[in-house]
Design a protein around this ligand. Structure first.
Ligand code: CP
Length: 344
């Protein structure tokens, strides 16, 4: 697949070769993301980071990724603080913003809205999540994490056994990840959800068309017992008519250390796109798992920075120049004790 100058709207654009290129570039970004080297390869470039729905990780990590490559980030958060609140169309907003920036990242509550915006944009647009539809960069960082976690066990994504558990109907990160899994071979997928919140049928059909083994479950037991990865997702409260409706599903599947010990294999890796809902009513991923070395949720968030740096570098066509432009970090190399420690 071609990255240069392209919008990144859906993982349907990806193929195995493109994913290998992206992950290879992401690996090369690690010294910059961990502040061992610096680069100003995107100096002068401007990112418009437009988040019309709440976000912590996606907004900040896209912004950090752009800053780490030397670019400048301008942000809008919330529809109410933009002229969309005055009735401006996505078309007009896109035409305006693409005159102010070199690339746009956008999150919006409506499915298809980022693609509509991209049609009018003169610069590349990256989908930061559109309603319950897709969250491509999250799925890419999830796949990058899965690959790294499996590599530590001398395994590959081909042959993966994975359980996805929770609100599979509205979880956009799950939707994009299920699509990406169709690019691999011999995957066993366990879909664990309340009966009312199944994965969209067309995604299940896509998995079957890829000749994957697919099993749907409505109980945790049986769904998470023999898998390499258990990927938990929260009830997407913001997609329901009312929080009372969402409350019918919150807390139905709670993974904690006792359940993990009883049901999971010793090397099962626990993932979640985050945020996890830590309210008493939900607790889909209990904090008592925080000491479990197989909990990969913060390795996922760290990996999000390098994957998003790689997306920018590929889309803006600066990959070949990053290393030419690289500089050692003076404070890091001049001191015996680094100011900042990072563990991954
Ligand atoms: N995973 C994710 O999209 O998190 P944020 O909503 O905090 O961006």
């Amino acid at each position: 697949m071609e990255f240069v100058g392209k919008h990144i709207l859906t993982v349907d654009q990806m193929d195995r070769e493109g994913i290998e290129v992206l992950f290879d570039v992401a690996d090369q970004m690690v010294p910059y993301a961990t502040r061992r080297m610096t680069t100003r390869v995107l100096e002068g470039a401007v990112l418009s980071n437009m988040f019309f729905e709440p976000s912590t990780r996606t907004r900040v990590s896209f912004g950090s990724a752009f800053n780490l490559l030397g670019g400048h980030v301008q942000e809008t958060t919330g529809i109410e603080s933009s002229s969309l609140a005055k009735g401006e169309s996505l078309h007009d907003t896109a035409r305006v913003l693409s005159g102010y920036s070199d690339v746009v990242v956008m999150r919006h509550p409506d499915a298809g809205s980022v693609a509509e915006f991209a049609e009018a944009s003169r610069v590349p647009v990256i989908n930061g999540g559109d309603g319950a539809n897709e969250h491509p960069s999250q799925a890419l960082l999830d796949l990058y994490t899965i690959r790294r976690e499996l590599a530590a066990q001398s395994r590959d994504v081909d042959g993966l056994r994975i359980a996805l558990m929770g609100d599979l109907k509205y979880g956009r990160a799950v939707h994009s990840l299920l699509k990406l899994l169709t690019l691999f071979d011999r995957v066993e997928v366990h879909l664990v959800s309340p009966p009312d919140l199944p994965a969209p049928p067309e995604l299940v059909e896509g998995l079957k068309a890829a000749k994957h083994v697919v099993a749907e479950h409505h109980e945790m037991a049986g769904g998470i017992d023999h898998v390499d990865i258990v990927y938990v997702t929260r009830t997407q409260v913001e997609r329901y008519e009312s929080s009372a409706e969402a409350d019918r599903y919150r807390g139905l599947f709670r993974l904690n250390q006792a359940i993990y010990t009883e049901h999971c294999e010793p090397h099962t890796v626990i993932m979640h796109p985050l945020p996890r809902d830590s309210s008493d009513a939900a607790q889909e991923l209990d904090v008592d798992l925080n000491q479990n070395p197989n909990l990969a949720i913060f390795r996922q968030t760290d990996n999000g920075v390098v994957v998003r740096m790689a997306l920018f570098a590929l889309v803006l066509d600066v990959v070949d120049y990053v290393h030419e432009d690289a500089r050692p970090v003076r404070w890091y190399t001049d001191k015996r004790t680094p100011v900042r420690h990072r563990s991954t």
